[in-house]
Design a protein. Structure first.
Length: 166
């Protein structure tokens, strides 16, 4: 009887990893889009504007200066001025936190005063309830990272943002 056939051992250095899907880029400014769900579109757009975009692969354009709010893989777009309300970062006056209506001005004021209490309260509130950010936020993400970055950008960084856990 012939010996059992063995598959050759292949060194992983010579095997290509599967390619990841190409980042979707805004057709207007080429910024990498932030993938969002259908429920986010339905929260921020009229039903007519929702229908303009494909059911899958819809993205938010995070570039504050770009006039595109949402786009899809077929380069269909919905302009920022077609959204149901003003959104951050497209409009710096809009709430940076859609869930709790915290404005960027509030965060900057707290940072300049060296008062991290507002950011700490936002972090505590966001942990204490069901996450609704993926629908309420125009980019489908929690604002805490953006809020912390904005605070640190405008503060002297002496005060930690996270309150100590007991």
């Amino acid at each position: 009887m012939p010996p059992a056939r063995r598959d050759p051992v292949v060194n992983k250095a010579f095997v290509r990893d599967p390619e990841t899907p190409k980042d979707m880029r805004c057709p207007q400014c080429t910024a990498i889009g932030l993938s969002i769900g259908r429920s986010t579109l339905e929260k921020h757009l009229s039903s007519e504007n929702v229908q303009q975009l494909a059911d899958t692969n819809a993205c938010f354009c995070p570039n504050p200066r770009c006039p595109v709010g949402y786009f899809d893989g077929f380069n269909q777009t919905v302009a920022v001025d077609q959204l149901d309300r003003c959104v951050y970062p497209k409009d710096p006056e809009a709430p940076i936190c859609s869930c709790f209506s915290l404005s960027a001005k509030d965060v900057i004021h707290d940072a300049c005063c060296g008062n991290p209490a507002g950011v700490r309260m936002l972090i505590a509130k966001s942990r204490s309830r069901e996450p609704i950010c993926r629908v309420s936020s125009p980019d489908g993400r929690c604002c805490i990272g953006q809020v912390q970055q904005l605070y640190l950008k405008h503060s002297d960084r002496d005060q930690p943002l996270h309150s100590e856990s007991p």
